[in-house]
Design a protein around this ligand. Structure first.
Ligand code: SF4
Ligand code: ZN
Length: 398
């Protein structure tokens, strides 16, 4: 009889109290990170904030005017127009994402200058494979999300309320300063869902742009067209998770909808910003050949063959511990279908040391960029062209 509990099993046994205690510890880690990187003069959450957090309130320094909303005419109700949920929010209440609140008929964000996770990552981790390869990105997230994906790897922050995770006060200029100190040329909004911290992201990206830092958003693409267009003025690239190709999956697994995400992809194409797509393949839920084929056809017909598509392997997590890890053969089959449907750049993700992590020339098949995990080497790409046959390779290379 086995009497030891594996670390994976322990993970599953975490209670909500343990989860909160762990996130508090990670907030302490965040603080240490900031001190280490020379921003000790940034204001940090003090005892009083911790106390108010315990009462489910939030420090006023993290509250800022929200964008993209309108009053609804009576009883101080407002409608949020940032994402397709279009929440109508009574006075004193929050929208579905939990980070935007109606305060006396004015809509506010509760996470401005309130990051709960920050790391320096290779850009390949986002993943963006055709955007400044080998560069690093100063990456951050606040609490909250407008989806509720049952497989979320970052549920500890994406499904938390802002007051559940204490954090430092780090306004946009501080983030830019920290990124410059790290010599990271890219700022990445990631981990949770950046759409819901729109105002903070926008202002960091704007401040970063003045310092020649480029901004990328790693998103579910569930955002209305107008805010997306406005945001693209300060972004340089976007990665969109196309969770599946059925609305049923979006509704049942993610608490979202498919078509607004497809519309976002079309908007990005219209605007001409660089973007890539990631599809997480989950056994029995979205691994059907027909679904994948239809998705690839939609991509080629609406976006063209040059948008990179990354198929990613699922690992059991959060509310989806009952399903197995995706077999490598399954995502290899997805890769083959995508290539057969005409997509030029198809990658496999979460699978280390696979030849389909590399970039090949779609015309002469030359190896252009070699990748092994997060090791990346430019092999035969010169001024954005294949060194073998001269074909222009789409992307942002300098
Ligand atoms: S951003 Fe949040 S509050 Fe606004 S519509 Fe979406 S879920 Fe609702
Ligand atoms: Zn070539």
């Amino acid at each position: 009889m086995r009497n030891e509990v594996s670390s994976d099993e322990k993970e599953n046994l975490l209670t909500r109290r343990e989860f909160l205690s762990r996130t508090l510890q990670s907030a302490a880690g965040l603080y240490a990170f900031s001190l280490l990187h020379g921003v000790a003069n940034a204001q940090t959450d003090d005892k009083s904030t911790t106390l108010t957090a315990a009462k489910s309130e939030i420090s006023s320094r993290f509250v800022a005017d929200a964008r993209w909303w309108e009053p609804m005419g009576k009883n101080n109700i407002v409608r949020c127009k940032l994402c397709p949920h279009q929440c109508s929010v009574p006075d004193g209440q929050r929208g579905l994402c939990g980070v935007r609140q109606n305060m006396d008929g004015k809509y506010k964000t509760l996470v401005y200058s309130k990051p709960v996770s920050m790391h320096v990552d290779p850009i390949e981790k986002k993943p963006l494979f055709h955007f400044l390869p080998t560069s690093t990105a100063f990456s951050l997230a606040t609490a909250g999300c407008n989806f509720g994906c049952k497989f979320c790897q970052n549920w500890e922050i994406s499904q938390a309320k802002p007051e559940e995770i204490p954090s430092e006060y780090l306004p946009p200029e501080k983030i830019v300063e920290m990124s410059k100190k790290e010599s990271t040329p890219i700022l990445a909004y990631t981990y949770s869902e950046p759409v819901i911290f729109y105002e903070y992201m926008y202002d960091i990206a704007k401040a970063g742009k003045k310092e020649n830092l480029r901004s990328v958003m790693i998103s579910n693409g569930f955002i209305n067209k107008e805010p997306m267009r406005e945001l693209c003025k300060v972004l340089s690239a976007v990665k969109i998770d196309l969770k599946a190709f059925t609305d049923k999956y979006y509704k049942e697994v993610c608490s979202g909808e498919r078509d607004p995400v497809l519309n976002t992809l079309k908007t990005l194409k219209e605007i001409g910003i660089w973007y890539e797509i990631v599809v997480l393949i989950i056994p029995t839920l979205n691994d059907g050949e027909q679904e994948n084929r239809e998705m690839c056809r939609w991509i080629v017909n609406n976006l063209g063959p040059d948008v990179p598509v990354h198929y990613s392997q699922f690992f059991p997590t959060y509310k989806m511990m009952n399903l197995p890890r995706t077999p490598v053969q399954t995502i290899e089959r997805c890769h083959d279908i995508a290539k057969a449907e005409g997509i030029h750049f198809v990658y496999l993700g979460n699978v280390w040391n696979h030849k389909y992590e590399n970039t090949f020339c779609p015309k002469c098949d030359k190896l252009l960029i070699r990748r092994q995990g997060y090791y990346t080497k430019i092999e035969a790409l010169k001024d954005g062209k294949c060194a073998g046959c001269g074909t222009t390779i789409p992307g942002v290379w300098s």
